[in-house]
Every structure is written in C-alpha cells, then in structure tokens.
Design a protein around this ligand. Structure first.
Ligand code: GLC
Ligand code: CA
Length: 536
C-alpha cells in the first residue's frame, strides 16, 4: 500500500535522479559591461575588463555569467538599441575579445549567457534606415508601420514604457512606427517571416560562437494585436495589456527559440518577461513538458517584495504551488533596471537577503556589486545618462549601474584611469573589492562562503523545499535530499527567537549571518536581524 510517506519518497527520488541541466545548478552573476572594468582608459568598461577579472569571478564561486548587451549600438538605451546583431561595439572591444573571454570562462568552468534583444532594433540599424525611406523598399514591412487616423493622429492608444504615445511619425512614409520603448527603438514586425528568419540567424551566430544561453529581452512584447486595436483600458499597464503585448502567437515563437537553442545541445533560453506579471502569468512561460517554452522565465516576484517575512512567505508559497512539476525555479533580488538591493533594504540587511536568495530552491541570479553591498549612487543633474530619467523623472536607472569599485583610494577606485561614464560614489568606493577580500567579516567573504556551501551541499543545491510554520517575522524553510536536511531560518523581525520556541527541531548551525564561526553561537544566530542554516 502506498502510504503518504512512501509516495513522498518516490517523488523525491524522481527529482533527485532526473537529468538536470547545468543551469539548474548554476549561480548566475549579471555583468553590466559598461560598469565592470575599463582597460583602455575611456571611462567605459569593456570585454577586456571582464577577461581581466575572471579570476575574481571564479574565486567568488559563481558558475555562470549573464552579460548585458555589448553589440554595436548608438547607445541611446546603452546597448538595448542594437544596430548590428552579430558583432561587438568597438567601445567594448572586438569579436576576438569576445572569443577570448568565452574561452577563458569555459576553461574556468563558467558558463556564458548573453543578452539578446529581438523586440526592437536601434533606429540606426540598417534595416530601419531602409524601412523608413518608403513603403516599397525590401525592409518596408520589417517594422510595425501604420497609417495616421483621418485627423492625422496616432493609429491607436498604445503607450510606450516611459509614458506617452508608442507611435512616432515619419514624413517620408506618411506613417507612424511603433516603439514600445524609446522612439530610438522601433519594434520589429515579428509577423513577417523574414524578420523571424533574420533574428533566428543571429541567435545561431552566437550559439555557434559558443554561448551557453541567451537572455532574451522583453520576450512577451514580440507579437502585437494583428489589427492594432486600441487597448480597452486606456490607462493599461503592461500587466493588464490585452492588445499591445502578451498575444498567444508569441508562445509559438518562444517554443521555436527554445527548440533552436536545443539544436546546440544543453543551451538555454532565459526570457525577460514583464516584471509586473503575476505569479500565474510568470510560471505559464515554462510551457508544458511536450511544449517547452523557456528554461528560465525570469521570476521577478521576489524582487517586488519588501524584505518582510509575511510578504516573502506568501510569495514563495504561491510560487511553489503554481510551479509546474517539470519546471525548476529561479530567483533574483534585482538587475540593471531596478534600485539595488542594499539601497532598497539597507546595507545591514544585505546578508539576510543573500541568505534567502542563495538557499532557496531555484537558480539564483546576482547583480554585479551586490556581493560588495554596493548602493545606488546619487547623481547630479549633469551626471544623468539614462534617457528614461529625462522622459520620466524618477525612472532613470543610472544610480544602480555605476562602476564597480576595485581598489579603495586608487583613481576612480581602480575602475578606470579616466573619469568614468558614471561616478563611482564615495560610499561605494569604501566597499571596494580590495578592502573586502580576505577580510573574514566582509560581505564579500559572506557571499563567497555561502556560495561555496550551497554548491557543496546537495540538499541546498537541488533538494526539495518545504516552507515551515515559524514565528511572526521569520522566514523558515527546510531543504532536503535523500536524508540530508537543512533548515534555513531568517529572523526579519526586531525580537530574538529562542530555539526552543520553534515548532521544528534544529541541530548544529552550519552557517550564519552572525559571524564566521556559526557553531559557537547558535542562539545568537536567531537574534533579530540574523539568520542561518542549521542541520536538522
Ligand atoms: C529590458 C531591459 C531594459 C531595456 C528594455 C528595452 O527591460 O532590461 O534595460 O531598457 O528592455 O530594451
Ligand atoms: Ca573601455
């Protein structure tokens, strides 16, 4: 007779034994190349700068990189406006530099995922330069063009990301083109098979160059309503859009991208889906076992939460409940589009956030500099670079894209020999890598040790997860695999918890936010603002 107990065991075994893909065991680290390390003294980070720091990444313990765009671009959205899909912008280096970087990463067992931006190109991409000339050129139908209304006004009520109409008029065609983002980023017409073929060719280019996966930008925008009908709610946000994005046909494109990646073996598609989507919408992008969509539909639900136990517990519960069986979770606290985690939660809480991210069931995505506790840098008006800030004050993303500080006291904290494109900021300079390396009390050391523990502990890396009933203001869960059990307890409240009051038993402390020797202070670990990993 199959008791509940034995069924649980069967289920565990299935999960443990199944063929896992590399990305499920990976720890990702996102690099915004402009801000990582400048090697040729122009104030902008470059591929050579990343190459120089592969040892740093290796010693931190991360196993996969995601590079934000480094393709030819007029930089009107700092690379998310691509003017050539199959090359490197000279500001970042050359294709040979890229080859060298990927070779070095691979020989250090670090996988390489790159950004890929298929929804729109730069307005200076040769396709658009042709397309805008007239209605008869070979690229005339490569973008989304529409006639003005009889009174000359825009074709419909769609808005772009920074508010305002998503349409811009071009006199030569007496038509408007659609741009879901800036007017410098015209949306491609994915209903045109030639566009699909050209983009798929570019994807192949990078897979053939050895990349292990693509992080596909704004994937849920690819297909729009065929008749360009108005959004019924004129104040729609992307979450509630029914015409502008999230159209069912887009799912076929995603499945084809996934199939294309698989032609090259164990290569993955990470999809950036809208950060406003609900948990149910997010997990739907995993697809079905026979009709896979993305390997990693970016899960932004944690990123939207405050660092509060009730919110986090509820989110994790909902996510795990809705997650299909074949899907492997992923989690992140942030990226190049949102304020930094240390700024949102306070630097003192950075360890707690890291402890959660790196012990949850699911692939963690770190953002460069979070391991140092980097905070957003306040900018003066003349330092602003991001056009979003000019269009919609408060939306700018410069503060969370500032240079990584390498050496305290060095010119520009060792990032560049000249003034960088964004300032380093005094607070971040004081957190430079050289001040933290080898310092047992530093956040960097905390990250490094926690990453090492995760990678060395199968229960943490790939085990099951059970959320535990815990006192108010506490996040607690069990990770287990084949008899190995770890319990993670994070006290986000303002009062200590006594181990005896917990409704589950804990044994020795394996790791803690309270100091380098966790075993010595099991109960201190349960103090307010602390957390740890316990054997059970
Ligand atoms: C994504 C990117 C963001 C960019 C936008 C347009 O959201 O993460 O940085 O501005 O797409 O490409
Ligand atoms: Ca440079």
């Amino acid at each position: 007779m199959a008791t509940a107990q034995s069924m649980m065991e069967v289920q565990k075994k299935t999960r443990a034994d199944k063929q896992r893909s590399w990305f499920e065991d990976a720890i990702f680290y996102q690099i915004y190349p402009r801000s990582f390390n400048d090697t040729n003294g122009d104030g902008v980070g470059d591929l050579g700068g990343i190459l120089e720091k592969v040892n740093y990444l290796k010693s931190l313990g991360i196993t996969a990189l995601w590079l934000s765009p480094f393709f030819p671009s007029p930089m009107e959205d700092f690379g998310y406006d691509v003017s050539g899909y199959c090359d490197v912008d000279p500001i970042f280096g050359t294709l040979e530099d890229f080859d060298r970087l990927i070779r070095t990463c691979h020989s250090s067992d670090i996988k390489m995922v790159i950004d890929f931006v298929p929804n729109h190109t730069s307005q200076h991409h040769p396709w658009f330069v042709e397309s805008r000339k007239n209605k008869t050129n070979p690229y005339a139908d490569w973008y989304i063009w529409a006639d003005p209304k009889p009174d000359g006004s825009v074709p419909n009520n769609w808005t772009c990301v920074t508010t305002g109409s998503a349409w811009t008029y071009v006199k030569a065609r007496h038509q408007y083109y659609l741009h879901s983002f800036l007017s410098a980023q015209p949306d491609l017409n994915w209903r045109n098979p030639e566009v699909r073929e050209a983009i798929f060719k570019a994807m192949r280019f990078w897979f053939e160059r050895g990349v292990d996966g693509l992080r596909v930008d704004m994937i849920d925008f690819l297909i729009k309503d065929e008749f360009l009908r108005d959004e019924p709610d004129p104040d729609y946000r992307f979450k509630t859009s029914v015409r502008h994005m999230n159209q069912p046909q887009m799912r076929d494109i995603v499945a084809d991208m996934h199939a294309l990646a698989r032609e090259y073996g164990d290569r993955v598609i990470i999809g950036e889906i809208n950060s406003e989507l609900s948990v149910a919408q997010t997990v739907s992008y995993y697809g079905k076992p026979g009709n896979r969509q993305m390997d990693v539909p970016f899960n932004f639900v944690l990123m939207r939460q405050p660092l509060e136990a009730a919110a986090i517990n509820a989110t994790l519960r909902e996510f795990e409940e809705l997650l299909p069986d074949h899907a492997w979770p992923n989690h992140t606290w942030g990226n190049h589009d949102v304020p930094r985690v240390a700024t949102r939660f306070g630097v003192e809480k950075a360890r707690l956030a890291a402890l959660i991210l790196l012990t949850l069931r699911g692939t963690p995505f770190l953002y460069y500099g979070d391991e140092l506790g980097m905070e957003d840098v306040k900018l003066t008006r003349d330092q602003i670079q991001d056009p979003w800030e000019f269009r919609q004050p408060g939306r700018g993303r410069d503060p969370n894209r500032t240079p990584l500080p390498w050496t305290a006291g060095a010119r520009n904290a060792g990032f560049s020999s000249v003034d960088p494109w964004l300032p380093v900021g005094a607070d971040n300079e004081a957190r430079a890598v050289d001040t933290q390396l080898g310092n047992s009390a530093s956040l960097h050391t905390f990250y490094r040790d926690l990453i090492a523990l995760r990678q060395a502990t199968p229960a943490l890396l790939k085990g099951d997860q059970k959320l535990l009933e815990a006192p108010k203001d506490v996040v607690a869960y069990e990770r287990n695999l084949e008899g190995e059990r770890c319990i993670v307890i994070v006290n986000l409240g303002t009062t200590p918890i006594s181990p005896g009051s917990l409704p589950f038993g804990i044994k020795g402390c394996m790791f803690s936010t309270a100091g380098p020797e966790p075993a010595k202070h099991v109960s201190r670990v349960l103090d307010a603002g602390h957390g740890g990993i316990f054997s059970a």
